[in-house]
Write a protein that binds this ligand. Structure first.
Ligand code: FMN
Length: 337
């Protein structure tokens, strides 16, 4: 099995990826949060910094683009090629209303003839191989079949399937029942994404769906940074590993960001870290509500000193169903309005 790290806008930026790779293994590719070009001009400073080679030394990075405009895609892919990257990923999965209303992200799944014209344009001129991350469809999972038929006409290097429709947002469960038939209907190498939160989840999925040699994990890996390596037979998460890694992140973000921005970033990360601990509702709430870095550190100290890790390790969403928890995360990150 191969494991990819999913992109999480506002979480898995370049320093996060560097610090993760310095302490943990098992990730074959890190996908960047999307770059959203609004003109055939340079990327924003923030976007550029995130994909700058010096910010990602030696890491297997795949930059992601979110657009519906052929020219913006080609221009951005050229910039990424000049930076030395060898693959680009097209976002056809983002469900945020503000994104889909403009026909981008999962909005591309709404109209097959518009999608065809867009794909014709990008595959005719792309300077880099293109992989795609998408949902099963706009409304119904069965839409995946005509989508796969259309994508099969282009040299898509890899297709990452998040097994929900756009209408599901992140609610309910991924629709895994359709995956094997989908795999049979395409020659494109498929990667599975959605709700893999523990080693057991990953191994169960791999056993049930052998057509998927690769999985992409997001929240599960942000929460348990040792998840990929442990699935592949390496050491599972320990309290010492998690504490040292959290200290790395805290040191970096408090040194590089102002106190307010560092607090926002660490609160976000702290919630994922807390999802590893048994019965940690109290520190979890303190992390969410922390108004100062001191209050945040007190909550994390309580968490690390007083609460045990789940055994075996895994992401638990403070009693909320996983789908609801991720919807809340996205709303907080302003990705769903
Ligand atoms: C806060 C947040 C930000 C996200 N940003 C992106 C993004 O920039 N690009 C993308 O393709 N998916 C994005 N996603 C979706 C994840 O990559 C992934 O598909 C989703 O979390 C489901 O995988 P998981 O169950 O392993 O977490 C985001 C998800 C979250 C929670």
């Amino acid at each position: 099995m191969q494991i990819y790290f999913a992109p999480l806008q506002g979480v898995t930026d370049a320093p996060f990826r560097r610090l993760h790779a310095a302490r943990f293994g098992g990730v074959a590719k890190y996908f960047t949060p999307f770059i959203s070009p609004t003109q055939t001009d340079n990327l924003t400073n923030k976007e550029l910094r995130d994909v700058f080679p010096a910010e990602n030394p030696g890491l297997p990075i795949v930059p992601q683009i979110l657009t519906k405009e052929v020219e913006y895609f080609i221009h951005t892919a050229r910039v990424l090629q000049n930076l030395g990257w060898t693959e680009v990923n097209l976002n056809m999965g983002c469900p945020a209303g503000t994104v889909t209303a403009k026909g981008k992200g999962a909005g591309l799944l709404m109209n097959l003839s518009r999608l065809e014209a867009f794909l014709d344009g990008i595959f005719a001129r792309t300077p880099l191989p293109v992989s795609i991350k998408m949902r099963l469809g706009w409304e119904k999972p069965e839409e995946v079949f005509p989508l796969l038929e259309l994508l099969g006409r282009y040299p898509v290097t890899e297709l990452i399937l998040h097994a929900r429709t756009r209408q599901q947002l992140y609610g309910g469960h991924p629709c895994v029942g359709i995956l094997d038939e989908a795999a049979k209907s395409t020659h494109i190498p498929l990667v599975y994404n959605g709700d893999l939160f523990s080693s057991a989840d990953c191994l169960r999925f791999a056993q049930a769906h052998p057509a998927f040699q690769t999985v992409m994990i997001g929240r599960g890996l942000v929460s348990d940074p040792a998840l990929a390596q442990s699935v592949l037979g390496g050491p599972p998460l320990t309290l010492g590993m998690l504490r040292a890694y959290h200290e790395d992140l805290y040191r970096y973000y408090t040194a590089q960001f102002n106190a307010r921005a560092a607090l926002g970033r660490m609160r976000e990360l702290g919630k994922y870290v807390a999802a590893n601990f048994h019965g940690a509702g109290k520190p979890f709430r303190q992390i969410r509500k922390a108004k100062t870095l001191e209050a945040y550190c007190d909550a994390m100290k309580l968490l690390f000193d007083e609460y045990p890790l789940h055994d075996p390790p895994g992401f638990v969403t403070d009693g909320r169903p996983a789908g609801q928890a991720v919807t809340d995360d996205l709303r907080e990150a302003s990705l769903i309005l």
